[in-house]
Design a protein around this ligand. Structure first.
Ligand code: SAM
Length: 224
């Protein structure tokens, strides 16, 4: 899905090359998101956070839903991209996973992994996503997506809406991005929408030019 056009300078995030130097170029928003994520894909071999995040979520799910089998746990991977977080959960035995992403190109890649039941192309904003029922999922995982360039703090309420009371919302967040979201996260706690289940730092990368650690948040939904 291409949701509009942006005028961008290709020198942003090092995408400039000699032929486009100093020229503004019009490219679609879907392509911008693809390029943003492509950078992460290029780094994919060097980042190591998805596996420990999935393992923490697996432990939390077993604690919160002790009577459910893994195939009974319905999961939404929000900002699924090419499916790398879903894949880690799938390896742990979860087989009832849907993918949500703003980019159809990303979902086309994710589909090739054969790990998702449903692929939903929609933007995660403060608006209700009509394809998703309130409380449809036991758990949400979201990796690399809660960054201001992608998803506003207000959209976190829509994330909560998708998850059952008693269910879990799990996401990674770069340490440098926390300040953008902490007010909203606290507000959701004080208004009784969710409570903190766990907050830890997990290894992100061993490469010297990448962050060493990233936050792993798990919240328990109380009300949606
Ligand atoms: C950095 S990638 C991370 C992908 C994947 N979760 C991973 O760990 O590899 C961010 C993803 O979020 C998607 N995205 C960005 N903004 C979004 C929004 N508002 N709603 C839904 N998806 C969004 C992008 O298309 C992209 O696939």
């Amino acid at each position: 899905m291409h949701t509009g056009e942006l005028r961008v300078s290709l020198h942003v995030r090092g995408l400039r090359n000699r032929s486009t130097a100093n020229k503004d170029t019009t490219i679609c928003l879907g392509c911008v998101l693809f390029l943003y994520c492509f950078e992460d894909v290029l780094q994919g071999a060097q980042v190591i956070f998805r596996k420990p995040l999935a393992e923490s979520l697996d432990a939390a799910i077993k604690q919160v839903f002790p009577d459910k089998t893994q195939s009974q746990i319905k999961i939404i991977d929000a900002g699924a991209g090419t499916g790398l977080a879903g894949l880690e959960l799938f390896k742990l035995g979860y087989t009832n996973i849907d993918a949500l992403d703003i980019s159809q190109e990303m979902l086309n890649e994710a589909k090739k992994k054969n790990i998702y039941k449903k692929l939903i192309c929609a933007p995660l904003t403060e608006q209700r996503i009509s394809e998703i029922e309130t409380g449809e999922y036991h758990t949400m995982i979201s990796t690399g997506t809660l960054a201001i360039a992608h998803v506003t703090p207000e959209a976190v309420e829509e994330m909560i809406r998708m998850v059952k009371p008693g269910g879990l919302v799990c996401f990674s967040m770069r340490l440098s991005h926390v300040k953008e979201y902490e007010e909203k996260m606290l507000e959701l706690e004080t208004t009784g929408k969710w409570e903190t289940f766990s907050k830890e730092k997990i290894p992100y990368s061993e490469k010297s030019d990448l962050p060493k650690e990233i936050h792993a948040f798990i919240f328990k939904v109380l009300q949606n």
